[in-house]
Design a protein around this ligand. Structure first.
Ligand code: AHM
Ligand code: MG
Length: 342
């Protein structure tokens, strides 16, 4: 059957079709993406059961089937590591949950082209309240010589060297959003066939947006530029419709970013007087989201330059972030750059 005449296009079919547009592409990236999607489907199954934890037993306890319960973020981390270790395309991983990267120690992995970085379950404090959480991932082509284990320099590449990045949101439906430099596409998990299917082709972040997303409770700790921008958001003056902007903050980066991508607006997690680099991690959270947002036509900045141009020096380094619609992020930067802590 011609896939063009069929309504459902799976993630796999889509990435293979995309690969065919590039004569030298080998399909290894598609295959790696399929492995990541598989891990996320396994995680999704477990996330959906999270509400039953009180019935089935908490972390460390034994459930009715005699299995020991594992904390969901540990389960997500182990699932991704396990699936990627078995993948033919992955030389090693780095995870927000692990202190150091893991170079897979087998000859197949020594000859694999890519390394994967991930935050296995971002926003995990939201699990208890049944709010959306997510997995964030990034893929770099390794720079260390093939035929040997991957090295730290493979994981410390700037975001502008990313081959691809994405996230899976475990929400009212489960979606995988995936970006390369040429564009962003969204796939919704169709549970009856267990496949992510193309639902949001060629996603673009609206150029203008009316929603700002920040932990506003921290305002007293922010520097004057951020406070001034917050006042701008809350003020009806200077707005086309004479209304202040709306505030939406879940405290789960994947969920807040997903809304920002689809509806427009700004998400920001600034530096403050105590945390001079903000809270969010460059390699696991900010770079992948920056690639997605820029490929969707938006902006991702740390207050004084592109997130994607930061040269990482440590795996777990943090950065302030201002990300979203072109117009509103540029506006925020005009306040922040004037009066920054850094
Ligand atoms: P986590 O990786 O420990 O889950 O923390 C990251 C989360 C993000 O999802 C979210 O944007 C942010 O922390 C919320 O932080 P805060 O509670 O300080 O507003
Ligand atoms: Mg996180």
């Amino acid at each position: 059957m011609d896939t063009k005449k069929r309504k459902l296009i799976t993630l796999d079919e889509f990435t293979i079709q995309e690969t065919r547009k590039f004569p030298h592409a080998t399909g290894e990236l598609s295959s790696l993406l399929r492995d990541i999607a598989l891990a996320c489907k396994i995680i999704n199954k477990q996330v959906n059961k999270a509400g039953l934890v009180d019935i089935l037993g908490k972390h460390g306890a034994t459930n009715v089937q005699g299995e020991e319960q594992m904390k969901l973020d540990i389960f997500a981390n182990e699932t991704l590591i396990n699936v990627l270790q078995n993948s033919a395309e992955c030389a090693g991983i780095a995870s927000e949950e692990n202190d150091d990267f893991v170079a897979f120690d087998d000859v197949f992995s020594f000859n694999s082209k890519y390394v994967v970085l991930f935050d296995p379950l971002d926003g995990s404090s939201n699990i208890d309240v049944n709010a959306s959480i997510g997995t964030i991932f990034s893929i770099y082509r390794r720079v260390s010589p093939m035929g040997a284990p991957c090295t730290a320099e493979d994981f410390l590449q700037p975001g502008n060297k990313l081959m691809a990045a994405g996230y899976v949101i475990y929400g009212s439906s489960t979606m995988l959003v995936y970006a390369t430099k040429i564009g962003v596409n969204g796939f919704t998990l169709e549970s009856s066939i267990g496949e992510f299917c193309l639902s949001h082709p060629n996603l673009k972040c609206p150029e203008k947006g009316r929603i700002y997303s920040v932990n506003q409770g921290n305002t007293c700790k922010y520097d004057q530029g951020v406070k001034d921008f917050l006042n701008y958001c809350m003020d009806k003056n200077g707005k086309d419709d004479g209304e202040p902007l709306s505030l939406r903050y879940i405290g789960s980066m994947v969920a807040d970013l997903h809304r920002t991508l689809i509806k427009g607006g700004i998400f920001f997690y600034p530096a403050d007087q105590k945390n001079k680099s903000g809270k969010l991690r460059l390699q696991y959270e900010c770079n992948p989201m920056a690639l997605i947002m820029e490929a969707a036509g938006g902006i991702a900045d740390f207050g004084a330059g592109r997130i994607l141009d930061i040269i990482p020096t440590e795996l777990h380094q943090r950065t302030p972030i201002y990300i979203g619609s072109k117009e509103l992020v540029s506006k925020s930067l005009s306040f922040v750059a004037e009066n920054s802590i850094a």
